[in-house]
Design a protein. Sequence first.
Length: 214
Amino acid sequence: MPLFSVILCTYNRARLLPRALRSLLHQHWQDWEALLIDDGSTDATPLLLAAAAAEEPRFRFFRISHRGAGAARAFGVRRAQGSFITFLDSDDEYLPEHLEKRAIFLQQHPEVDFLHSSAEVVGNPFVPDRHNPRRWIPVSACVIGGTFVIRRTLLLQLGYPSRRFADDAALYERALRAGARIAFIDVPTYRYYRTTPDSLCTQYGNVSLSPAVQ
């Protein structure tokens, strides 16, 4: 049983996946498994993931019908085997010390069930408000799902929200209501790219309006 199960869900991201996969393979902390979940892609994504899994035994490849990122993550959560579950979006990447920093913190704070952190934002530092997509808010004011590290037993108890957008915020709120022991660290080793034209944030927000005029 590895310490971390990394869930990477993707849809038509063959051009970006190599960066995310390399960042995982280059981690200083190597006690992990990765669930690579193709959410019904129509490009070369499944071929790329299958090839990666054939070369790296810690990669577990799954292909499902297209239901959206939230449903794909929920699928992965039910199949994860690690003590803690974390996430890596297919257009983002980990810095090499990312998992190591989390492992050390969790070893020093064994009472923590849910860890999250700041992130390094590349590109637009604003995202649409999930309650009002015409209003933009800074990424720094949000919880960032890619930085979540959650005890598997807790996450199975909570269930992963199967939503099209802001499933991470919904999960965080579930954890708060359940009284989970949550910790935040200002260690921005998750590189969050806001430069991907087909990202969920870009699709959800009104991209014709600049954050400066909201």
